[in-house]
Design a protein around this ligand. Structure first.
Ligand SMILES: Cc1cc2nc3c(=O)[nH]c(=O)nc-3n(C[C@H](O)[C@H](O)[C@H](O)COP(=O)(O)OP(=O)(O)OC[C@H]3O[C@@H](n4cnc5c(N)ncnc54)[C@H](O)[C@@H]3O)c2cc1C
Length: 198
């Protein structure tokens, strides 16, 4: 059996560890504090998730896929991690980020509305639209409860065979596995100063 050590139990490490375990790997997940710690980037209560990413089609595709998986996780566990609130982008130009996002949304079949300022005001009565050309409204965008989602992934990972350890791991440590995944978020720059600039 292949073995992996995943360092860091933020969203990326937690998801990677669980996915590897589901694929039959023997996985150890190492976290220096606690999964979803408020010190981590994933540790905030809310994180936005939307498909509009300008011309970055690959990013839009991944965001959409992630949304599907978060909803599946919510359904599977019965734990509320997703708030289906929608998201509105304020376009001050008709050829800016918002307009350039439309091709990817069209290609992926992501529902959206391209609203004239007047239409946007009807939807959001308190909105000041004097400086807006349009509003891109994504009704299926939402807010993920980041900290809870991270903890949930770790809990499910442990159920699926991931072994969680609580200590700080350094690049000089013996990895004790075939593969080491450094999912350390903002700590990566201090761990690998020669590879990552601060
Ligand atoms: C204020 C803020 C708002 C954001 N808003 C959004 C948003 O709305 N939408 C969005 O998509 N993204 C948003 N992001 C970005 C998103 O939160 C991050 O991209 C994502 O959470 C990164 O997850 P991660 O697992 O890579 O890192 P982290 O969540 O930081 O996890 C890294 C983990 O590694 C652990 N660790 C580090 N070094 C070691 C070590 N040596 N040994 C053991 N453990 C270690 C840490 O303790 C931590 O738990 C936001 C980020 C911030 C900071």
């Amino acid at each position: 059996m292949s073995t992996a050590t995943v360092v860091g139990a933020g969203l990326f490490g937690a998801a990677t560890a669980r996915e590897l375990a589901l694929r039959g790997w023997q996985v150890t997940l190492i976290e220096q504090y606690a999964p979803g710690t408020v010190r981590s980037a994933s540790g905030g209560d809310t994180r936005l998730s939307r498909a509009a990413h300008g011309e970055q089609h690959w990013y839009a595709e991944m965001a959409r896929d992630a949304r599907t998986r978060w909803l599946e996780l919510e359904e599977e566990t019965g734990v509320r991690i997703w708030e289906p609130v929608g998201l509105a982008w304020f376009a001050q130009r008709t050829d800016g980020f918002e307009a350039r996002s439309r091709a990817s949304l069209d290609a992926l079949g992501v529902p959206y509305h391209w609203l004239e300022p007047q239409e946007a005001r009807e939807l959001f009565p308190s909105l000041q639209t004097d400086d807006l050309e349009a509003v891109l409204y994504e009704p299926e965008a939402g807010v993920l409860h980041g900290r809870r989602a991270t903890q949930l992934l770790v809990e499910l990972g442990e159920r699926d065979g991931v072994r969680l350890e609580n200590h700080r791991c350094l690049p000089s440590d013996d990895p004790g596995a075939d593969v080491v995944v450094w999912a350390c978020g903002p700590w990566l720059a201090s761990l690998f100063p020669e590879q990552i600039e601060l």
